[in-house]
Design a protein around this ligand. Structure first.
Ligand SMILES: C[S@@+](CC[C@H](N)C(=O)[O-])C[C@H]1O[C@@H](n2cnc3c(N)ncnc32)[C@H](O)[C@@H]1O
Length: 238
């Protein structure tokens, strides 16, 4: 049986809420970003993305009645950002909250020792990998209100955010040790009660730095978190 067949068995007809069909939503966003290129459901990387995006959507939908802004650090071409903003619209959440999207749009920052995979056969990422064009991301969001796309390096870029902003949902997808730690450090005290922080690469052999930063921060703050089967991890602020 092909991976595509498994993927369809697992994800077809899953409703997130309000009869929103997750897999159709995912395909809609894929078509918008990759200009109707067909998604290859036999590609393990694509299937892993679908798993992660499913958890991301479920957690996001679960706090629809919580007030606060949304922050994504690590936007790339805008896939997860557009997925969440579209879901928010479909969930009929009032779009009064801000949606901050932060990325260097110059790709990955410095690769530190913490980021190097133990297994030498795994690709070693380089500074500048995953560079995306901010103009394309701006075009994706031109019909959405209150979306702020911020270009710059973490942590310096946080200086332009208002210190009084309070956040209900933060998605960290930066791949690397230092910006992940810096984001947690900046954001944690600004998360509202019931708000969530979800990280994409808690268990990704290609990016071991994310897990190290996450665990170091949680230990320092004495925070519990939940590790998801998809490889992500979540903090829910009590
Ligand atoms: C895996 S991609 C994000 C993927 C995106 N969330 C999606 O769903 O397609 C990682 C992103 O982190 C950004 N990035 C890495 N280090 C950064 C830093 N120090 N400051 C700002 N952006 C950074 C890169 O430019 C890249 O776009």
């Amino acid at each position: 049986m092909t991976l595509e067949k498994h993927t369809k068995i697992i994800f077809e007809n899953i409703k997130i809420e309000n009869q929103i069909d997750f897999f159709n939503l995912w395909k809609e966003i894929f078509n918008l970003i990759y200009s109707n290129k067909k998604a290859n459901f036999n590609d393990p990387l694509i299937v892993s993305r679908i798993h992660k995006n499913f958890y991301l959507c479920k957690y996001f939908a679960s706090i629809k009645s919580v007030e606060g802004d949304i922050l994504e650090c690590g936007v790339y071409k805008g896939f997860s950002s557009l997925l969440l903003r579209t879901l928010e619209k479909k969930l009929c959440i009032s779009n009064k909250n801000n949606f901050f999207l932060v990325d260097s749009f110059e790709g990955l920052s410095e690769i530190l020792e913490e980021d190097k995979p133990e297994n030498k056969n795994i690709y070693q990422s380089k500074k500048g990998d995953l560079k995306a064009n901010i103009d394309n991301v701006e075009t994706l969001f031109k019909n959405f209100d209150n979306v702020h796309i911020l270009k710059g390096w973490i942590p310096e870029i946080f200086d332009i955010l208002d210190d009084y902003n309070r956040y209900k949902f933060i998605h960290i997808d930066l791949d690397l040790y230092q910006p992940t730690y810096d984001t947690l450090n900046y954001i944690y005290d600004k998360v509202v009660r019931g708000g969530m922080i979800i990280t994409d690469d808690y268990q990704t052999p290609l990016f071991p730095g994310n897990k190290k930063a996450w665990e170091k921060f949680c230990k320092y703050k004495n925070i519990g978190f939940f590790s998801l089967p998809s490889g992500q991890a979540v903090i829910i602020k009590e």
